[in-house]
Design a protein around this ligand. Structure first.
Ligand code: HEC
Length: 153
């Protein structure tokens, strides 16, 4: 990667950084191709699981703004230990009022619903991300997050 990409704050710059980051962290998940059981129930009462390999690819979109490393805030807060965490509690991150005061706990179920269309679930959030329409993309990315630091306490 050329140095220029590191400083250009264009979408292309973010995208190539995200790509490089996701390729680096996706190696362990790629070895474990087994579906990951999730604590998510769909509308028909079926328990869902997610494909972490697919999730590694989906997470490239998140990685433009989020790291799974502890304490590493980017445009968005670090997602280390996010599963089960109370919303708006990463130290040093300047949240919007709606996120901070939402009273949400980021269970896998809540994340599954939120990620479909964040601006609809949490009007006024400063997370500028359209969302993941496909349920399989949401379960995949949650499985990936769970396996790569998101479930750490
Ligand atoms: C364009 C940047 C951007 C992208 C892309 C993005 N986010 Fe975010 N995200 C943010 C910002 C900014 C916040 C803080 C929102 C607020 O304060 O209102 C946030 C907040 C969150 C939170 C709440 C964290 C907390 O501590 O309360 C979760 C969970 C989350 N994002 C998950 C994701 C996932 C998973 C993806 C990919 C599918 C993603 N985000 C994509 C910018 C982004």
């Amino acid at each position: 990667m050329r140095m220029r990409n590191r400083i250009v704050s264009s979408f292309a710059g973010y995208a190539s950084l995200a790509l490089a980051g996701a390729l680096l962290v996706s190696a362990p998940a790629a070895l474990a191709a087994e579906p990951v059981a999730l604590d998510i129930t769909d509308a028909t009462g079926v328990k869902l699981s997610g494909d972490p390999e697919r999730g590694a690819v989906v997470f490239k979109q998140c990685a433009a703004c989020h790291s799974l490393k502890q304490g590493e805030n980017k445009v968005g807060p670090s997602l280390f230990g996010v599963i089960g965490r109370k919303a708006g509690t990463v130290e040093g991150f300047n949240y919007s009022k709606v996120n901070k005061e939402s009273g949400i706990d980021w269970t896998e179920q809540v994340m599954f619903e939120y990620l479909e269309k964040p601006a609809k679930t949490m009007p006024g959030t400063k997370m500028a991300f359209a969302g993941l329409k496909k349920p399989e993309d949401r379960t995949a990315v949650i499985a990936y997050i769970q396996q790569n630091g998101g479930a750490a306490q």
